[in-house]
Ligand binder design. Structure first.
Ligand code: ZN
Length: 152
């Protein structure tokens, strides 16, 4: 498992150090949604440009811990160019990833790892489940996106 953990750590650090889609959108049709995680102090603003049911652009501003920053960067990369329906499905899959129950962990406390094939690099965040206080850091971006899509 060490190799997979290393890979996951590498993916998270890459998104933290080189966040994707940073910036603001300013067109009149931009949907702007703010998210805040008081448990950790993570703040996030998601800017969405949705046209004909497709997320044609997404930008993020804000600051917070490495998990919240990496998760928001990965979220933006995962949904940009996708339809609203596809984005909602990805939100659901991500939330399932974040609610893996203790009983599904193996003897080493590892969650099932098949997900990297279906979740891509988002699977890297599944280790967060072992640290319940960080789950809200990881889900902040997704909840904020979800709120934004409700306005689309
Ligand atoms: Zn945080």
């Amino acid at each position: 498992m060490a190799n997979l953990d290393d890979l996951y750590r590498e993916i998270i650090l890459d998104h933290y150090r080189t966040p994707r889609n940073r910036g603001e959108l300013t067109s009149p049709s931009t949907i702007r949604t703010e998210g805040f995680n008081p448990l950790c102090g993570d703040e996030l603003v998601v800017y969405l440009d949705v046209q004909d049911g497709v997320i044609v652009d997404i930008k993020l501003t804000g600051h917070g811990c490495s998990i919240s920053q990496a998760s928001s960067s990965m979220m933006s990369a995962a949904v940009k160019g996708k339809t609203v329906d596809e984005a909602r499905a990805t939100i659901e899959r991500f939330k399932q990833l974040m609610t893996v129950h203790e009983s599904t962990l193996d003897g080493n406390g590892e969650a099932p790892v098949a997900d990297i094939r279906t979740m891509g690099e988002l699977a890297a965040l599944q280790g967060v489940v072992k640290f319940p206080v960080r789950i809200k850091c990881a889900t902040l971006a997704w909840n904020t996106l979800s709120q934004g899509l409700d306005e689309a």
